[in-house]
Design a protein around this ligand. Structure first.
Ligand SMILES: [Zn+2]
Length: 69
């Protein structure tokens, strides 16, 4: 059973829509506003989507490896 490790570093500053990471994306604790694409969401919601997206990408790679074996 592979362990899916998702690095939480910078997820609070990373846009779940375009991946742009910038401290300026967080004007305050509760707010996320992407300075690149303009995506705006509650900071916790954005971070959760970013983490989910990373986890999905890891699983996709894992499945590709299974198919090849
Ligand atoms: Zn963005």
């Amino acid at each position: 059973m592979p362990v899916v490790h998702v690095d939480p570093a910078y997820t609070s500053q990373e846009c779940c829509e375009c991946g742009h990471t910038d401290r300026k994306n967080r004007p305050d604790q509760a707010t996320f506003t992407c300075t690149s694409c303009g995506f705006a969401e509650h900071a916790d919601v954005n971070a959760g989507r970013t983490i989910a997206k990373r986890g999905a990408a890891v699983r996709a790679v894992s499945h590709a490896a299974d198919d090849a074996a």
